[in-house]
Design a protein around this ligand. Sequence first.
Ligand SMILES: Nc1nc2c(ncn2[C@@H]2O[C@H](COP(=O)(O)OP(=O)(O)OP(=O)(O)O)[C@@H](O)[C@H]2O)c(=O)[nH]1
Ligand SMILES: [Zn+2]
Length: 181
Amino acid sequence: MEEYFSKIIQAIGEDVNREGLRDTPKRAAEAFKFLNNGYQKTLEEVLNDAIFQADTEDMVIVKDIELYSLCEHHLLPFIGKCHIGYLPQGKVLGLSKLARIVDMYGRRLQIQEQLTRQIATAVETAIDARGVAVVIEAKHLCMMMRGVEKQNSVMTTSVMTGIFREEISTRSEFLNLINRK
Ligand SMILES: Nc1nc2c(ncn2[C@@H]2O[C@H](COP(=O)(O)OP(=O)(O)OP(=O)(O)O)[C@@H](O)[C@H]2O)c(=O)[nH]1
Ligand SMILES: [Zn+2]
């Protein structure tokens, strides 16, 4: 990967041997690997058996989980927040694992819609939830730094499964709670 970054730097007309750039291909390769390290992880590893029996069927919400991903069209970041809610039936997930699921799918080449769906499916399968709700709000640098150059648009994607899809009142409860400041 280092070699490829070296070629990219030369292709933009830079001198890859000048002092400031000497270690850049190596650093860029490390950084790019880190930004895509979600490919090296499986859901099983990420969850690490942190699934707990709990006699509850009430809604669990974790909101404002920071999200960093790369758009698969331009390899530029999209950055935002992910909100996750679920309705358990006897099993709950370790709190941090929701954020780890977001990272595992976020640190891959993505489009926001697919990322939202993958997170919902992972939570649903992990604890056999009665329903899962995932909302992502993100700004895409490919729309800000280049292209149409719109600085303030935010993309919102939402996936609702099970009861969140079937019951308007449940969906509203979730949306009200994530929108509360
Ligand atoms: N639906 C969706 N589109 C995305 C996402 N990230 C980037 N895109 C869009 O992917 C599209 C790619 O369009 P193309 O016309 O093939 O590429 P382009 O000429 O670079 O497009 P512009 O960004 O309009 O300059 C653009 O409209 C991007 O805004 C995403 O997460 N979801
Ligand atoms: Zn893009």
